[in-house]
Design a protein around this ligand. Structure first.
Ligand code: FMN
Length: 179
């Protein structure tokens, strides 16, 4: 039995939902999984009790919230001490070719800027949710969508996440412990 840690940054809740789905799949097998919101988590993490770690973050304006980089700065040694994976959630990845690491500039940016260099990476398509976003955020994302032929209707709520693939990713994280 493996004990897996999933850490996430989520602004609107979708990356949190993906993290919980990963944990659900892991614990549906014979494994254990803890899920931590890196902004809310207080206290120390007992890294030694885990057999693998996955850290996920949503893309915001072409990058990541500063708390993600700060967490990786403080904990890069502990992250690297375990079999580890980074998952990146963004809506440009609704296009299959943007889920290939070499083709996704947000993933490249993370690897460039983070003190932790993940051994394994995964790109997951996120959610467009204009009604829940401020007018400013909606406007900015509509521009990104316009440039990439995506939805620009203010009422659009579209979940692009392939939830079966999220389950496969969870299985893959479990496999990392055996590598
Ligand atoms: C303020 C803001 C900026 C965003 N910027 C980008 C972006 O530059 N590129 C992209 O592909 N997706 C972008 N997104 C889409 C998010 O990555 C996507 O909605 C994701 O599912 C959000 O996850 P969360 O609910 O965990 O915050 C942005 C979303 C918001 C709210």
């Amino acid at each position: 039995m493996a004990n897996i840690l999933v850490i996430y940054y989520s602004r609107g809740g979708h990356t949190a939902q993906i993290s919980r789905a990963i944990a659900q799949q892991i614990t549906a097998g014979e494994h254990q999984c803890d899920v931590i919101n890196l902004v809310e988590h207080k206290g120390e993490i007992n890294w030694q009790q885990y057999d693998a770690v996955a850290l996920g973050a949503c893309v915001l304006y072409g990058s990541y919230h500063k708390s993600v980089f700060e967490f990786c700065r403080r904990h890069h040694e502990q992250l690297a001490s375990l079999p580890n994976s980074f998952f990146c959630v963004n809506v440009v990845a609704r296009k299959p070719e943007k889920r290939i690491p070499e083709n996704n500039k947000y993933l490249q940016k993370f690897i460039e800027l983070s003190d932790w260099k993940p051994q394994d990476v995964k790109i997951i398509a996120g959610k467009v949710d204009y009604p829940s976003w401020t007018w400013y955020d909606s406007l900015a994302i509509k521009l990104i969508m316009k440039m990439t032929d995506g939805p620009t209707d203010s009422k659009a709520v579209i979940d692009y996440t392939d939830w079966d693939d999220v389950k496969l990713y969870a299985d893959h994280i479990c496999q990392l412990t055996k590598a």
